[in-house]
Write a protein that binds this ligand. Structure first.
Ligand code: RAM
Length: 353
């Protein structure tokens, strides 16, 4: 298994180029069909009679993270000659994705790649889709395992929690009050990470006090307002951890023009392009993420392997994922992309996503 998000120099340059191509909507596959990948909803032939119409359903539209992950999916689907589409709600509400799933089932797509706003709320709709022959891949934020065929996990929950605990501890000198600014209250991924961060803080950082967990709903303005409220409520706050790209960017924007800039630490999970100016102006020392483009790319290849009947999602199943190489399905139908990666002033210039 490989990930192109690596600290090696050549890897960084290659990643920057790949990402630039993906963001520009180009496809690197010589056999790609830009007309089919530009439209969605129909079925496509992938060298067999398999229905390789695969639709991406993010938590919500208008989030740069999902723009990048879904562009990775589009690149992959272009490579194997399927039909890419993306649909999704404006707001990341628990059941906001249900109507989209029902429509995709009626349209008879081959696969759905979804990041879930809630572990349970979309399960009935997904299982109805599966009863009708649609393969379901969750990526980024899982449902309960019995509602999907495979979950593409960006990194282990322990690894994602640990890197954030390590960053905030280092940035505040391992003592003082901190708060967490999360996404939505029901998000499977953030809730798993927060639970582990709480355990790690309690076990290894006795002088750090987690005073509050608040929710910005992966909405820029709500996250901005929640940051202001945290700073007002806790005058001794030393740092904010935001395990969401929307939240960390909104909190950094608030801090960057406030009296707290450089005084209150901000870290968490962010995209380099959204965080660059805040790293450069000293608002944020370091933050982490993985490559969302690779995540979507891998989800698309997993959907293809399921649709073509090459795998069922059973432990030990193996499949090819284009430029990323070969992956193996672990227990509970989970496929692991790689490790989280820390961005700071020294390396952020190497990335463009
Ligand atoms: C936001 C979303 C997504 C999460 C990233 C880190 O874009 O909540 O689910 O994985 O942040």
């Amino acid at each position: 298994m490989t990930s192109s998000l690596t600290p090696k120099k050549g890897g960084l340059a290659a990643l920057a180029m790949t990402v630039a191509l993906v963001v520009a909507g180009c496809s690197s596959g010589s056999d790609s069909d830009p007309t089919s990948s530009a439209t969605g909803g129909g079925s496509a032939e992938g060298g067999s009679d398999a229905n390789l119409a695969i639709t991406f359903l993010p938590k919500n539209l208008g989030n740069a993270y999902f723009d990048t992950s879904d562009a990775g999916g589009e690149e992959a689907i272009g490579e194997f000659g399927g039909t890419y589409a993306e649909v999704g709600p404006a707001e990341a509400a628990p059941d906001a994705q249900v109507s989209y799933i029902n429509t995709l089932t009626q349209q008879g797509v081959g696969g759905i790649a979804v990041s879930a706003n809630d572990p349970e709320a979309i399960c009935d709709a997904l299982n109805e889709a599966r009863d009708n022959g649609v393969k379901v891949v969750t990526f980024d934020s899982d449902t309960n395992p019995d509602c999907r065929d495979i979950f593409i996990n960006q990194a282990t929950a322990e690894g994602i929690a640990q890197v954030q605990v390590d960053m905030i501890a280092e940035q505040i000198g391992d003592e003082g009050q901190i708060a967490i600014l999360s996404a939505t209250a029901n998000a499977t991924n953030q809730n798993a990470w927060i639970e582990l961060m709480e355990e790690m803080l309690a076990a290894d950082h006795p002088d750090i006090e987690l005073v509050d967990v608040v929710y910005g709903d992966d909405d820029d303005q709500t996250s901005f307002d929640k940051t202001a409220a945290l700073l007002q409520t806790y005058p001794d706050l030393k740092g904010i951890v935001s395990p969401t790209t929307v939240g960390v960017a909104a909190a950094a924007r608030y801090l960057s023009t406030s009296e707290y800039k450089g005084e209150v630490a901000i870290t968490g999970l962010g995209t380099p392009n959204q965080m660059r100016s805040y790293v450069e102006d000293g608002t944020c020392e370091a933050f982490a993420l993985w490559n969302p483009g690779d995540l979507g790319y891998l989800a698309a290849y997993a959907a293809k392997a399921l649709i073509e009947g090459e795998i069922t999602g059973a432990e030990g199943d193996m499949f090819e994922a284009g430029k990323l190489g070969e992956y193996t399905v672990d227990a509970d139908g989970v496929v692991l992309l790689g490790d989280p990666y820390v961005f700071d002033a020294d390396n952020i210039g190497d990335f463009d996503f």
